[in-house]
Design a protein around this ligand. Structure first.
Ligand SMILES: [Zn+2]
Length: 447
């Protein structure tokens, strides 16, 4: 179906079902031209309204404000927010229903969860209004790349794809030129079938996990990838490292855009079309970038949802690290920027002498080995021991192995022993995501 008709269909469905994302999208488009001062003032009002709502109607926050002897009206500057305790996954689980508003907005409420490892899984509620604003923010970032309903899009996802969408959803996907492929356990016959399907669709956009797409693209080869005619590749769900971005861009002859999203908040940040780093979705979120002990440039993100009234997440520790960029972006948008989303707080290797290394470090160090290492995974399983799993590629020999060991041992010093282990494959998580760096020192040391 041609994009204009798909867009009309999309608007008709929104109108028929009472969804408000077209209105929110129109507001966000207008905001892109606001001055930073006007935008900040608007955001601050949204934040104050959320604090007020939480203090009045959410038992956990009512009790927290009372304990601190604080009122939402006392919060007059962004720094004041730090007076409130951060919300951790453990705290949400302990609070239970006390995190839910006794006076939510009327309308549809959906229940979702973070997934994640046992014991750290969190359930939360999202109201219809927050849902629609999430969708509008996502749509806004797509418009930066001239991607709209009806743009031919292939989503190649991990294990979590719904296998049997409803008939309505399947029809909508067909009418709006969307194809979903599960990339879980793709053997040679699926690889050919997917290529055939994509050659028929000729997707302008591919949306995928970087590790999954790179694996498929290498197996297809550059000629086939280029024949698909892809214009934009959206990468999300995992940290996107520069060598992976460069290789995907070369294989497909397309532009790769990094997007950082999560179940709790939807889209959190998306690549600026002018290459200014990732823009935060400041119209939906109040993001604090708190200093970390290990590295002055590296910040821990703490997020407050400005929209969701049924279960307001305030000062939520998402457990991800980022490097903020300074100054306004040359695209002129008033949204703050991050240079890089480094990955999870827990997934940073720490040496006994107190230095820390995230995924970027390992990708850079292993870059010279390019294709002789197909995949790697670094696991710190003890304070003094690092296990490096490698899937060898062509040209990986004894000398390459020794150089990898030397460069890692030379960086970490004798206090952190490095063990290399060659394996046939590195299994993804149940969600289909890959983790490159894992710190697993046992429960006690994680807290
Ligand atoms: Zn920008």
């Amino acid at each position: 179906m041609v994009p204009l008709i798909a867009q009309a269909l999309d608007r008709a469905i929104a109108w028929r079902t009472g969804r408000r994302y077209p209105q929110h999208l129109a507001q966000y488009r207008a905001m892109e031209r606001w001055t930073p001062e006007a935008f900040e003032a608007w955001r601050w009002e949204r934040l104050r309204a959320q604090l007020d709502h939480a203090a009045r109607t959410v038992p956990y926050w009512r009790e927290t404000f009372a304990r601190l002897g604080a009122r939402p009206a006392d919060f007059t500057r962004p720094e004041h927010l730090a007076a409130l305790p951060a919300t951790t996954k453990e705290r949400i689980n302990a609070a239970g229903d006390a995190m839910t508003s006794t006076q939510p907005e009327p309308g549809r409420v959906t229940r979702s969860s973070t997934g994640g490892s046992t014991g750290r899984n969190v359930w939360f509620l999202i109201d219809g209004e927050a849902h629609d604003r999430r969708r509008a923010a996502g749509r806004l970032t797509e418009e930066w790349d001239r991607v709209r309903p009806g743009t031919r899009t292939a989503t190649i996802w991990g294990a979590s794809l719904e296998q049997n969408p409803s008939r309505g959803a399947a029809l909508y996907d067909r009418l709006t030129n969307r194809v979903f492929l599960s990339a879980y356990g793709v053997g040679p016959s699926e690889l050919d079938a997917y290529a055939e399907r994509l050659l028929r669709l000729r997707p302008e956009v591919i949306s995928s996990y970087p590790s999954i797409l790179l694996d498929l693209a290498r197996r297809w080869g550059r000629d086939l990838c280029r024949r698909l005619g892809v214009r934009i590749i959206y990468c999300s769900a995992e940290a996107l490292f520069e060598p992976v971005r460069a290789e995907l861009e070369d294989l497909f002859g397309a532009v790769v855009r990094n997007r950082y999203a999560c179940r709790e908040f939807g889209m959190v940040a998306a690549d600026c079309p002018l290459g200014g780093g990732l823009h935060l979705m400041d119209m939906r979120l109040f993001v604090e970038a708190l200093p970390t002990a290990e590295d002055p440039e590296l910040r821990e993100l703490v997020l407050t949802d400005l929209d969701n009234r049924v279960m307001p997440l305030i000062r939520y520790r998402i457990e991800d690290l980022a490097r903020p960029a300074r100054g306004p972006c040359r695209c002129g948008r008033p949204f703050a920027r991050m240079d890089l989303i480094e990955g999870r707080v827990l997934d940073v290797v720490t040496t006994p002498d107190g230095r820390s290394f995230g995924g970027t470090f390992f990708t850079l160090v292993l870059r010279p080995f390019d294709r002789s290492i197909r995949q790697f995974q670094v696991v710190q399983d003890r304070p003094d021991h690092l296990l490096v799993r490698l899937v060898p590629g062509p040209g990986y020999d004894g000398a390459a192995r020794e150089r990898v060991r030397e460069v890692l041992a030379g960086t970490f010093g004798p206090a952190l022993a490095v063990e290399l282990r060659e394996v046939d494959e590195i299994a993804p998580l149940a969600s289909g995501k890959r983790r490159f760096v894992i710190r697993d020192l046992g429960r006690d040391e994680r807290r």
